[in-house]
Design a protein around this ligand. Structure first.
Ligand code: HEC
Length: 111
């Protein structure tokens, strides 16, 4: 009996990440954009790029981006809009709201 009763509790911890707040609407929108536009390269490297795209977990936790540029919203936005190396440019592909949502999600450390 105890085991059965513990299951929903464990599930709740799993879903809500050990007591961290659930994602906001904006962060969820950013997550959808990340999953749709970025994850296939940055998580899955599905194009088998020779230069493996850097892992973006905690991209804002370090002071610098993999390229050595400062890890700021402006730099990340620039990398996304201008492209970098093998990464394509997303110029004109995101509205300002979408870009803000994407950055908000990246700031969560990709939960
Ligand atoms: C086609 C694959 C691909 C896609 C799609 C892609 N990236 Fe990248 N990304 C790369 C590669 C490869 C690099 C490494 C570039 C380099 O250093 O030459 C990179 C680098 C970066 C960097 C580090 C920039 C720096 O200055 O070090 C950030 C931040 C980044 N990508 C964010 C994103 C975001 C956000 C998205 C989705 C909007 C995205 N990328 C989509 C391949 C991709």
């Amino acid at each position: 009996m105890r085991r059965i009763a513990a299951t929903p509790f464990a599930l709740a911890i799993f879903l809500f990440g050990c007591g961290t707040a659930p994602l906001t609407r904006q962060q969820l929108q950013g997550m959808a954009l990340y999953e749709g536009r970025c994850a296939h390269c940055h998580r899955d490297n599905d194009l088998a790029l020779k230069k493996v795209p850097p892992d973006l977990h905690g991209v804002f936790r370090s002071a610098k981006l993999p390229s050595g540029a400062p890890a700021t919203d402006a730099e990340v936005q620039h990398a996304v809009l201008a492209g970098k190396g093998l990464m394509p440019s997303f110029a004109g592909r995101f509205t300002q709201d979408q870009m803000a949502a994407l950055l908000a999600y990246l700031h969560t450390g990709l939960r």
